[in-house]
Design a protein around this ligand. Structure first.
Ligand SMILES: Cc1cc2nc3c(=O)[nH]c(=O)nc-3n(C[C@H](O)[C@H](O)[C@H](O)COP(=O)(O)OP(=O)(O)OC[C@H]3O[C@@H](n4cnc5c(N)ncnc54)[C@H](O)[C@@H]3O)c2cc1C
Length: 532
């Protein structure tokens, strides 16, 4: 197979899938003298948008060609033509240590889902223990919370089938460059994600589609002999001489196991406390803190794509700013056409995050605006100090906004002047169950609000209107990443033998894709030692 890169098409010409393939054939003929009859099969390997020149926004493709005579094409020595290679992720079991019991996966978020899927596919028949509920029940409970403000601690946006990623934008972008990403995308596609995620450089699924995919993956795990148990909170670890012996579920049921992959996410606060008391090696970790900002999506589209916005999906952005004080601010988890939502996992706390549906057709664009927080800001050496620091800010936000899960909000114009807003302007806040006008400086540390003010002015030069007076700031975004790291040795194990920490909560990933890949990597380590 041959791969040709840097094929460019004007976005306004690409109106549908069939047209796209025909245009690519045409381009091959015009530019490379490769006729359609020379090609047995053409598939898109990568597709990106190049919007640097606002007078002509283009798609840039890499395509794979199965040709009748590959040597003939290769002999022409086009600089952007090579033999296509796509690394295949196909791990094999080399370990010979027989397990006494079935392996257990704690948590059914992206790291747990992909660890258990791979274990199941390799014949290990894992038992998955997830403290939250299945995606359908969870959706009902979460929607009720948004409508009524009645918080249900046993069924939240962060815990349950799919983990923290279920009510998300379903962005599958990642900074890691790992060949295992393709395995994750293939599995998501097999279970219901659109084929475009396989080649778009900014793949996105949306919360509506994601929920269905996760349920389908669960069915595959079960069909291979695995078990997925919801409402199964691992409340204790029985450890003898630093070796795992069994797990306690819901304070009563004991599950014997010699191996456990632990993908508990960044908000598993009770479990963080349990493992700290059990003697796991844990260290503090830097994270970020800030707010969600909402603009009209049309403003972002115009700034990113100009007149070509009409031909393209709602635009995203990514911004960063370095202050002279040494702090940095950046946009994070941008959700085009999305919604800001309450993502608390504790009673008496307010936490924001963002989500979108697959169509991304909401009126607003939202993104987190975050400032880096360092362990020195926690003013304590306790390994869980970052978690307590997050909690204190979330509780402050809850209190200041009226103790009813309403969000504290401020318009950007008022935030820049440090005064309480009095009325909503052209941007309507999407957060449910409601909001209250406050001064965000009453909740967030000064170094956060000061850096955000500087950053907003800077970002306004990069995206015209970014600091528009009516844009909404909703507080507080505290769960951008884990406040701890659970240490692992070279084999991926914690200091407690038999336990493999993984994913975002353990401090080795950030986001759906990197958490999923970390789950896969941990299984690869495990199968080098243990056979099924
Ligand atoms: C609203 C929102 C939107 C997001 N949007 C995106 C996005 O668009 N793209 C992206 O890449 N990332 C996004 N993220 C981040 C992403 O969801 C996380 O990075 C990812 O889910 C982390 O995966 P994980 O498996 O490490 O942990 P989690 O997804 O947090 O899963 C951990 C699971 O473990 C369970 N658990 C915890 N403790 C126990 C216990 N003791 N016993 C049993 N079960 C337990 C929890 O219930 C949870 O289901 C978003 C996050 C949120 C909250």
């Amino acid at each position: 197979m041959i791969r040709l890169t840097e094929l460019k098409l004007p976005v306004q010409l690409v109106t549908d899938d069939n047209k796209e393939i025909e245009l690519l054939y045409q381009h091959l003929n015009d530019k490379y003298k490769i006729k359609k009859s020379d090609v047995i099969e053409l598939s898109i390997f990568k597709k990106a948008i190049d919007a640097r020149k606002k007078h002509q926004v283009i798609y840039v493709y890499s395509v794979d060609l199965v040709c009748r005579d590959e040597q003939k094409i290769l002999s022409r020595k086009y600089p952007n033509c090579s033999i296509a290679t796509t690394p295949n992720f196909n791990p094999t079991i080399t370990g010979d240590l027989k397990l006494k019991h079935r392996p257990v996966v704690i948590g059914f978020g992206p790291s747990g889902i992909f660890a258990s899927l791979l274990l199941a596919r390799l014949g290990y028949k894992p038992i998955v223990l997830e403290r939250g509920l299945d995606a359908d029940t969870r959706t009902k409970n979460v929607e009720e919370f948004w409508q009524t403000g009645n918080y249900n601690e046993s069924s939240t946006i962060l815990f349950g089938e799919g983990g923290a990623g279920t009510f998300s934008d379903g962005k599958l972008t990642t900074l890691i460059n790992d060949f295992r990403c393709h395995y994750v995308l293939e599995a998501l596609h097999k279970h219901g994600a659109p084929k475009e995620i396989l080649y778009n450089n900014k793949p996105h699924v949306g919360t509506d589609v994601l929920k269905e995919i996760i349920k389908n993956i669960r069915k595959e795990i079960i069909s291979l002999g695995g078990e997925v148990r919801f409402n199964s909170f691992v409340t204790d670890f029985n450890i003898e001489h630093n070796v795992l012996k069994s797990l306690v579920v819901n304070h009563k049921d004991v599950i014997l196991t010699d191996l456990c992959l632990m993908g508990i996410g960044h908000s598993a606060r009770e479990t963080f406390e349990t493992i700290y008391q059990k003697g796991f090696n844990i260290e503090q970790k830097a994270f970020s803190l800030g707010v969600r900002i909402e603009h009209p999506q049309s403003l972002i589209n115009q700034s990113q794509y100009g007149d070509f916005a009409q031909y393209l999906e709602p635009a995203a952005y990514k911004l960063s700013y370095q202050s002279k004080t040494g702090r940095s601010a950046y946009s994070f988890c941008m959700c085009p056409g999305g919604y800001v939502m309450c993502a608390t996992s504790e009673e008496g706390g307010v936490v924001t995050n963002g989500m979108s549906e697959s169509k991304r057709d909401g009126d607003n664009a939202n993104a987190a605006l975050l400032v880096n927080v360092l362990p020195k800001d926690f003013h304590s050496d306790h390994p869980l100090a970052g978690m307590y620091f997050q909690r204190a800010i979330e509780q402050k936000a809850f209190e200041v906004a009226g103790k009813n899960y309403y969000a504290p909000i401020q318009l950007v114009g008022d935030f820049l002047e440090d005064r309480v807003s009095t009325k909503i302007g052209s941007v309507k806040p999407t957060y449910l169950p409601g909001y209250r006008f406050v001064k965000l400086s009453d909740i967030l540390p000064n170094y956060v609000t000061d850096t955000l003010r500087e950053a907003l002015i800077d970002f306004d030069h990069k995206i015209k209107g970014f600091a528009m007076a009516d844009a909404i700031l909703t507080g507080v975004e505290t769960r951008s990443s884990s406040p701890i790291r659970i240490l692992r040795d070279d084999e991926g194990m914690s200091n407690i033998k038999g336990i493999y920490p993984m994913g975002e909560g353990a401090g080795y990933a950030g986001g759906i894709m990197s958490s999923a890949v970390d789950g896969l990597k941990q299984v690869e380590r495990l199968i080098k030692v243990y056979c099924s």
